[in-house]
Design a protein around this ligand. Structure first.
Ligand code: KIV
Length: 296
């Protein structure tokens, strides 16, 4: 085999698995962290092949793949099934399971038990929970139980009603201070990273340098240590409302509709299947079959 052909057939170089210390190192070096959501085996395989750092099995999957009207109804069992499927498609990125509404708020014991299920049953490396306040206590309990936790402040969709709807947060100095206090409390509780969602970039610019842990932004401007987008938003698969911060990098839904429509047309016009798509019998076997059928 020549050097040229070896290059063409060699498998891609194996990347080392992304660890918590790798993420901290990226923040220290000023290297942006890339996170996407994924909810099943094929989307996780795509995230793996694209070389992202972190995959979040977000509770946004409630809307993007399960068809619920918000993230609130999704159950722990449903999230565990999505996370386990994503795990099977991943080897390199850090895998974070999103704890659904109702799976961690009641007590430290409930939070630790739910987090353990993400690790034991779905193979997640870490979990994410929303809000500061009592969630910082829950985060501390989970970290003490040996499970890494990612925090989430700003617009926290699980409690969007209490926040006045799906709207940006921290646009007054007082409210920005509350978001800042939530982030500092989550860091103090031991979170290894914090998502800032739908907050002004002035807030992020002032607060990120005060945090030692990486901040991953979604609608939080350019001053974060990394960015996350929802898989179905960035690829144009989800046709529901898209927030202002969504940038579409592909129109996959259009391509899927075109593909299925072309299949339907081919079937209806008898253009599919073609001879190459089928199996054949040896002529003598076909002749024997006809004889057997004539006299069954
Ligand atoms: O559920 C989710 O997808 C999320 C991201 C938006 C961070 O929480």
């Amino acid at each position: 085999m020549s050097a040229g052909t070896r290059g063409a057939t060699a498998p891609p170089a194996k990347r080392p698995a992304v660890t918590l210390s790798k993420l901290a190192e990226k923040k220290a070096l000023g290297e942006p962290i890339v996170m996407v959501t994924a909810y099943d085996y094929p989307s996780a395989q795509v995230a793996e092949a694209a070389g992202v750092d972190v995959v979040l099995v977000g509770d946004s999957g409630a809307m993007t793949v399960l068809g619920y009207p918000s993230t609130v109804p999704v159950s722990l069992e449903e999230m565990l099934m999505l996370a386990a499927a994503a795990r099977r498609g991943l080897t390199t990125p850090l895998l974070v399971g999103d704890m659904p509404f109702g799976s961690y708020e009641v007590s430290d014991e409930q939070a630790v038990a739910s987090a353990q299920r993400f690790v034991k049953e779905a193979g997640c490396d870490a979990v994410k929970l929303e809000r500061g306040g009592s969630s910082a206590d829950r985060a501390r309990a989970i970290v003490r139980a040996g499970i890494p936790v990612m925090g989430h402040v700003g617009l926290t969709p699980q409690t969007a009603t209490a926040l006045g709807g799906y709207r940006s947060q921290g646009r007054t100095a007082e409210r920005a201070l509350e978001v800042t206090r939530d982030a500092l409390a989550l860091e103090e509780a031991g979170c290894f990273a914090i998502v800032f969602e739908a907050v002004p970039s002035e807030l992020t610019e002032s607060v990120v340098p005060r945090l030692e842990v990486p901040v991953i932004g979604i609608g939080a401007g350019p001053h974060t240590d990394g960015q996350v987008l929802v898989f179905h938003d960035l690829l144009g698969i989800y046709d529901g409302h898209a927030a202002r911060f969504v940038k579409r990098y592909a129109e996959v839904r259009r391509a899927m509709i075109d593909g299925v429509s072309a299949f339907a047309d081919d079937v209806r016009e008898r253009r599919y299947p073609e001879p190459d798509h089928g199996y054949t019998m040896a002529p003598d076997e076909a002749a024997r079959l006809r004889t057997l059928l004539a006299d069954p």
